[in-house]
Design a binder for this molecule. Structure first.
Ligand SMILES: C[S@@+](CC[C@H](N)C(=O)[O-])C[C@H]1O[C@@H](n2cnc3c(N)ncnc32)[C@H](O)[C@@H]1O
Length: 300
């Protein structure tokens, strides 16, 4: 994309840029090379991805071309696309993100689906009190609140910087009256008086060994506090379960995202806690077939 000779002879049209960049990202090892190229080019042109398809033969002006080159260079060096464009779609909603928060993942949508399904089974029309532990960008709290008008969510995080991003997302969706942001460790800011209908969490769950072997594009770019848990990977979930047991109403739900590596161990820990009905403890698989969501109901 940089040889002046080629630039003079053949114009940098949208299609040519997409083709060149997709090939470049593939060589860099991206599994989503074409998508990355489209998202970055749309961002540089200030248009939607769909609009690129009706502009294949359009030549780029100098300003968006310079902006696009810079984005491609940074992507080539490993910066995630979501941090470059400043947003990520999750559950059909757009979330602002920056390196203070984990980029919401498609697997986490299974947690939201489970939470909304379980919420439907709670009788009545009154408010549902929910905690989202480790809210990050606020993706889970906001997706639940947008789809469940009864929801009142405490969105908790240990990171002040993450909460600042969550605050901007909550304001973007005008949910300040239904989502309260709290700075704290797990459920310590919540009264342990069995008043919650549901506790949701996508906590850090990566063991030190897994973290050391993680794709550098994730390990070096996304916040360590969002990913790394401890030597086993189960430590945060082990601490969360007894706290959730005290905060949840009888019949309330605990829904946790985890790694397939620790799924069975965490299910056993949950079954061993007498507060939860052992026959309600179950694991839900993601689209790749991996055990990803642990769900259980507090005994009535
Ligand atoms: C895996 S990220 C999940 C972010 C977001 N909920 C999502 O699903 O995209 C975990 C989040 O938990 C926060 N966190 C880590 N330890 C915590 C703790 N002990 N108490 C509260 N939040 C914590 C991190 O700062 C991070 O934002």
């Amino acid at each position: 994309m940089s040889t002046e000779q080629t630039e003079k002879t053949e114009p940098w049209t949208v299609l040519r840029l997409l083709t060149w960049t997709t090939d470049f990202f593939k060589k860099k090892g991206s599994d989503t090379a074409r998508l990355d190229a489209e998202v970055l080019l749309a961002d540089a042109r200030g248009c939607s991805r769909i609009e690129l398809y009706t502009a294949f033969n359009t030549e780029l002006e100098q300003e968006p071309l310079v902006a696009f080159r810079e984005l491609v260079r940074r992507r080539g060096e490993g910066t995630p696309v979501a941090y470059l464009v400043g947003y990520k779609e999750f559950y059909s909603l757009k979330f602002q993100v920056n390196p203070s928060v984990l980029i919401p993942r498609p697997e986490t949508e299974h947690l939201v689906i489970e939470a909304l399904d379980r919420a439907k089974s709670i009788a009545g029309e009154g408010k549902l009190h929910i905690a989202d532990v480790g809210t990050g960008s606020g993706a889970i709290a906001i997706a639940i609140a947008k789809n469940l008008p009864r929801a009142r969510v405490a969105a908790i995080d240990k990171s002040e910087q993450a909460l600042q991003v969550a605050r901007e997302n909550v304001e973007r969706y005008e949910l300040q009256d239904r989502i309260v942001l709290q700075h704290g460790d797990l459920l310590q800011t919540i009264k342990m008086d069995a008043s919650l209908d549901m506790v949701c969490s996508n906590p850090p769950y990566i063991s030190q060994a897994e973290y050391d072997a993680l794709d550098p594009g994730v390990r070096e770019q996304e916040p360590e506090m969002a990913l790394l848990c401890g030597p086993k990977g189960t430590e945060t979930i082990e601490a969360l379960i007894p706290q959730a047991a005290r905060c949840l109403k009888p019949g309330g739900f605990l829904i946790i995202e985890l790694s397939p590596m620790i799924a069975d161990a965490c299910a056993d820990i949950l079954k061993a806690n007498e507060a939860f009905a052992a026959d309600t403890v179950h694991l839900i698989r993601d689209l790749a077939g991996h055990k990803r969501i642990l769900s259980a109901q507090k005994a009535a």
